[in-house]
Design a binder for this molecule. Structure first.
Ligand code: GLU
Length: 447
């Protein structure tokens, strides 16, 4: 494989799909050396096949808003690769959603799901529907209309969507209700992230954040350091940041920043339980404003408009919101302020320049596909529980999640250890994730 040739072809074939091209380049650059030691991969054109999704569904979603006006959005499902199992990955509702964004997310999902060691293929979907400012009824009507179109193409052994940005327990509930009505299938893993009591798994809401902090804890221990007393800056205030805040606080670290599209809230003494609980209200309000935290807790949280979480002095920085949310300048500011570790919890949260800057400064950097894999891993555990018609206890789920994250961490070290003794977690995650998929594709023939 020659990465530059492949990228030149892809750029010509998919012009303007910048996020997709960025994600592919990062993976190919990491695996190039190992790949070229396997002529059988080259012969079977593994990479050329892997970079193109198996199929993409695009559909119109029409619904009626609170004023009785007809609205039309676009819906998508990218079924990327099923070498390891049925397609699996979230749905994102955000006005910027397009094919490039979902292809990048679906591509990342293949390797992330592979790292979990569960039988999960990779997929992603979503819509350009904007939940901000919508009423609960509008969200329900949209979710129903979306599922009315998608339901035939999903199922527990076919493709199992879950949440992502803009899609949480409420949206999954509305979509699952519609799915069951149409498919007449009950208590299945056709969707994950369901609520506990009707097929959902305990710990699934917390899982992405918990898993991320389990991974960060290992990065910190690797340096002979400890979590206790560490100042952590999180971006966003959604489900992922919420779970990370709970686990980080439990381990004695201090969450000193959360952020939103409107700015950052600095929490000098560390986030409290009441504030963590309030994050859920902020998400349910559909306002998408982090300033609400400062208004609710005036003495504790200080809001600054237009600033990112990376402007707050911290030991550990965790992007938890959106792709490319940390730029090279942000990485430089973090380093100048003494950051010791950076772990991407959002998918592709850091721009290539930010990653290169952090790695150049020898700051351990954990990539999203490893750090945030706890979410989809626990979705995999939800599918197991649905298939068994049984609910596991919270302890059982958490124990499995912790084991999976430890295993992912170990694989990243195994494949990412450098000659100078440092660990390139990006390389480790990409190689470990890729090898499992490539071997499966090879064994399953040219299809
Ligand atoms: N959207 C999450 C992710 O990026 C979860 C996917 C899932 O649970 O299927 O991995």
């Amino acid at each position: 494989m020659n990465v530059q040739n492949i990228m030149t072809n892809l750029e010509a074939k998919h012009p303007g799909e910048s996020e997709y091209l960025q994600a592919v380049r990062e993976v190919l650059e990491s695996i190039e050396e190992v790949y070229n030691k396997h002529p059988e991969f080259e012969k079977a054109k593994i990479v050329e096949r892997l970079v193109e999704p198996d199929r993409i569904f695009t559909f119109r979603v029409t619904w009626v808003d609170r004023n009785g006006e007809v609205q039309t959005n676009l819906g998508y499902r990218v079924q990327y690769n099923a070498a390891l199992g049925a397609y699996k990955g979230g749905l994102r509702f955000h006005p910027k959603v397009n094919v490039s964004m979902l292809k990048f997310l679906g591509f990342e999902q293949i390797f992330k799901n592979s790292l979990t060691m569960l039988p999960l293929g990779g997929g992603k979907g979503g819509s350009d529907f904007d939940p901000v400012g919508k009423t609960d009824e509008e969200i329900m009507r949209f979710c129903q209309a979306f599922m009315y179109e998608l339901w035939r193409n999903i199922g527990p052994d076919q493709d199992s969507p879950a949440g992502d940005v803009g899609v949480g327990g409420r949206e999954i509930g509305y979509m699952y209700g519609m799915y069951k009505k149409l498919a007449r299938e009950h208590s299945t893993g056709a969707l994950t992230g369901k609520s506990y009591g009707w097929g959902g798994s305990l710990i699934r809401p917390e899982a992405t954040g918990f898993g991320a902090i389990y991974y960060v804890e290992r990065m910190v221990k690797e340096k002979g350091d400890k979590m206790e007393g560490k100042r952590i800056a999180l971006s966003g205030f959604g489900n992922v940041a919420w779970g990370a805040a709970i686990k980080a606080s439990e381990l004695g670290a201090k969450v000193v920043a959360i952020s939103g599209p409107d700015g950052v809230c600095e929490i000098a003494d560390g986030i409290t339980k009441e504030m963590i609980d309030y994050m859920l209200d902020m998400r349910a309000s559909n306002r998408n404003k982090v300033q609400d935290m400062a208004d609710k807790f005036p003495g504790k949280a200080k809001f600054t408009a237009g600033k990112k979480a990376w402007s707050v002095k911290c030991d550990i920085a965790c992007p938890c919101a959106f792709q490319n949310e940390m730029a090279e300048e942000d990485a430089k500011e973090l380093i100048a302020n003494g950051v010791k570790y950076v772990a991407e919890v959002s998918n592709m949260g850091c721009q290539p320049g930010a990653i290169a800057t952090l790695q150049g400064a020898k700051i351990p950097f954990g990539p999203g596909k490893a750090v945030n894999a706890g979410g989809v891993a626990t979705s995999g555990l939800e599918i197991c529980q649905n298939a068994e018609h049984r609910n596991w206890t919270a302890e059982e789920v958490d124990k499995n999640l912790h084991t999976i994250m430890n295993n992912i961490y170990d694989m990243c070290v195994e494949y990412g250890k450098q000659a100078d003794g440092t660990i390139n977690y990006v390389k480790g995650a990409n190689i470990a994730g890729f090898m499992r998929v490539a071997k499966a594709m090879l064994a399953q023939g040219i299809i």
